[in-house]
Write a protein that binds this ligand. Structure first.
Ligand SMILES: Nc1ncnc2c1ncn2[C@@H]1O[C@H](COP(=O)(O)OP(=O)(O)OP(=O)(O)O)[C@@H](O)[C@H]1O
Ligand code: SF4
Ligand SMILES: [Mg+2]
Length: 332
């Protein structure tokens, strides 16, 4: 069963002083029930804008086109998240059908409420549970993400970055939403907590639920993802099975391979150069200026076919086959 089907998703930001920012361009992918898709790519490539577009949370200068069909379930009809009106998104989608672990959790927590009050109110609103049961469910939600019970009566400004992150993750898990978007859910956590948090997110997936995890942490992606989507300058350039991507034959797109080669446990060789400005993208492949394989063919935009957008992809397996993180993670 497909939980989310995204087609041709494109986001432009109108700017007063410059050409539009082409933050997301022609992104298409499907997400199946039970699946975890990791979305990776350098800072500023459009990952959070993509997540915000799916939740109708973009600012007024954004123009969004394409479609993102969220499957119907029970009494909920299938919904195109891009064309749905704000009332529908606010009442029936956010929290209930699409959960979000936001990239800046502190900014999403109401400053005047304690974590316990926040969680309890969310439990009441999303599950209809009342009284002591709501309080107990809120405490259990905190425990699921290792949020210390002794800190539940703290306000957001009294939380470290890692605690705010865990509070936001607990809030996102409460509604048991069919689609969970987790945008950098492990920022500020030490390795042990990273693993516990992503394992808990992974457990959220099931016969009707899917997870889109946006992350810089390739070890976390290797631990729980079924597939990996690599974004560069607003476009998906490779979507691959995670085992093949992190193991053998490895990534096929030169940028995706560069991302893995940059890891300390691999070649520790950064991708040369910098990504282009999204308000001044070159014609053709946006990676050409940084790519050792570039030639004249690359002045034409490569389409994404067979999970790959490149005129000259790698054909030989990667010679460094150690996954970024070898430990076994639980599967849903
Ligand atoms: N409201 C806005 N107006 C103009 N440009 C914007 C706006 N919001 C985001 N952008 C631009 O869109 C691009 C994509 O931003 P986004 O936050 O999605 O990056 P990201 O991939 O999530 O990066 P990071 O890994 O650092 O979180 C960036 O160039 C950013 O400056
Ligand atoms: S299309 Fe050309 S420039 Fe772009 S990644 Fe492939 S080989 Fe490199
Ligand atoms: Mg982001």
């Amino acid at each position: 069963m497909t939980v989310l089907s995204v087609r041709g998703l494109t986001v432009r930001f109108r700017m007063r002083e410059s050409a539009p920012v082409r933050a997301v361009t022609d992104v298409s992918f499907d997400l199946a029930a039970g699946e975890c898709l990791a979305l990776v790519g350098e800072s500023g490539c459009g990952k959070s804008v993509l997540a915000s577009a799916l939740l109708g949370l973009l600012p007024g200068n954004a123009e969004t086109t394409g479609s993102a069909l969220l499957a119907g379930a029970g009494d909920d009809p299938a919904t195109d998240l891009i064309t749905a009106d704000e009332a529908t998104l606010a009442r029936t989608v956010r929290g209930r059908r699409v959960g979000l672990v936001p990239q800046s959790p502190a900014a999403h927590l109401t400053p005047v409420r304690t974590v316990r009050a926040h969680l309890t109110e969310t439990v009441r609103r999303l599950t209809g549970t009342r009284g002591r049961d709501a309080l107990r469910t809120a405490t259990e939600a905190a425990a699921r993400v290792s949020f210390p019970a002794g800190h539940l009566d703290r306000h957001p400004h009294e939380l470290s970055g890692g605690l705010a992150q865990r509070a936001a993750t607990a809030l996102a898990l409460v509604g048991d939403a069919p689609l969970l978007l987790a945008d950098e859910p492990t920022t500020g956590l030490d390795r042990d907590l990273v693993e516990r948090t992503v394992d808990e997110l992974r457990r959220h997936t099931g016969s009707t639920r899917a997870l889109l995890m946006i992350t810089h942490d390739l070890a976390a992606a290797a631990r729980i993802a079924d597939r990996v989507a690599v974004m560069y300058a607003g476009r998906l350039v490779e979507i691959a099975d995670a085992a093949a991507f992190f193991g053998t034959p490895g990534p096929r797109h030169p940028y995706a391979r560069g991302l893995l080669d940059a890891l300390p446990e691999r070649a520790f060789r950064p991708v040369p150069g910098r990504p282009p400005e999204l308000a001044a993208l070159p014609e053709g492949c946006a990676f050409a200026a940084r790519c050792a394989h570039a030639d004249t063919a690359c002045s034409a935009q490569p389409p994404l076919t067979g999970g790959l957008a490149c005129h000259h992809p790698h054909t030989a397996p990667t010679d460094l086959v150690h996954p970024p993180q070898a430990a076994e993670a639980p599967r849903a």
